[in-house]
Write a protein that binds this ligand. Structure first.
Ligand code: HEC
Length: 289
């Protein structure tokens, strides 16, 4: 094994919140090396392990004066060591390094034994730090702007029930997609619904996989609609690529089944038409923009 400074001039970790934490980077192109780079940016001591013939990123993409520019970026702040993992001695050294890496201990302190379930929890904790709070709708809620007529029509449609008294074509969306997080009683699994994607013959197990109850067949977690324009494809199996297709589903694609939500049935075009005598969803206020 040889240890040498990476080609980058600033191989010393900058002081930062992760100062003193040792990270072992045994990855190649590109997501994980970038993650390790970010940890290094925050001050972690990143040890990059590469094959003796050189990491492929060293020569990837454009180069200047014989040095790959990608490598310059993703190897910054890292120390590099070559290890031949095809050789038992190389593997043994890697195991020693891994046993010693600080983040293993930190992970165990935070989450207990390292397992796929614990890693899922760690990823979820990370995702919860990505907070979005300044959307057009947030600004409206804070009273910083007013909605144009089209947006206001969409808001009403989303928020309201079909109402015979005021002849309002509500679509009941808010009954399930309440605010930004799923609401209701967790004991009753209120945050799960069958929103009419499939008929009985094609209904996926959904929540039944976890609870074993036939009444939970075809029920899926009601997702947050925050940043929804950016997070396609949609539904548990990604069957819809666009929001237009999602609206087509709620407008005219609802499939009947034994566990279909009553809220969906109530907002169905036929039911709403009979109730309020109004126009179906497709003929007004469907612009998803
Ligand atoms: C009965 C409850 C219910 C109602 C009413 C409802 N939804 Fe949903 N919605 C769901 C569930 C459950 C899912 C997730 C289904 C899945 O994962 O397969 C979902 C998924 C979605 C998605 C895709 C989210 C994603 O990230 O994949 C969008 C967009 C959406 N709904 C919009 C709406 C709109 C707009 C309305 C009103 C017209 C509405 N929903 C009414 C329960 C409901």
């Amino acid at each position: 094994m040889t240890i040498h400074d990476s080609d980058n001039e600033s191989s010393q970790p900058a002081p930062g919140p992760l100062n003193g934490i040792r990270v072992l980077d045994v990855s190649t192109v590109y997501a994980a090396p970038i993650t390790a780079m970010l940890l290094g940016d925050y001050g972690a001591d990143v040890l990059k392990i590469e094959h003796p013939r050189g990491d492929p990123a060293r020569t990837h993409g454009h180069s200047k004066d014989g040095h790959g520019l990608w490598w310059k970026v993703i190897a910054r702040n890292k120390r590099a060591a070559t290890l031949n993992l095809s050789h038992p001695a190389g593997r043994e050294i890697l195991e020693q390094l891994a046993a010693d890496a600080e983040y293993r201990k930190l992970f165990e302190t935070a989450y207990g034994e390292i397992s796929s379930a614990a890693i899922t929890r760690a990823l979820a904790s990370f995702e919860r730090t990505l907070v979005s709070s300044n959307s057009h709708y947030d600004q409206f809620l804070r009273g910083e702007l007013t909605l144009d007529p089209q947006e206001e029509l969409g808001r009403k449609l989303f928020m309201a029930h079909p109402d015979v008294k005021v002849s309002l074509r509500g679509a009941n969306c808010i009954d399930c997609h309440s605010q930004f997080l799923t609401g209701g009683s967790s004991a009753r699994y209120d945050g799960f619904s069958n929103n009419g994607l499939d008929d009985d013959a094609h209904l996926q197990p959904g929540l039944q996989t976890v609870t074993g109850k036939p009444a939970h067949r075809g029920l899926f977690k009601v997702p947050s609609l925050r940043n929804i324009a950016l997070t396609g494809p949609y539904m548990h199996d990604g069957r819809f690529n666009t929001l237009e297709q999602v609206l087509d589903h709620y407008d005219s694609g609802i499939k009947n089944s034994s566990t279909l939500s009553a809220v969906i049935v109530q907002a169905d075009n036929q039911a709403a038409l009979e109730l309020i005598g109004g126009l179906p969803l497709s003929e007004r206020s469907r612009d998803p923009s």
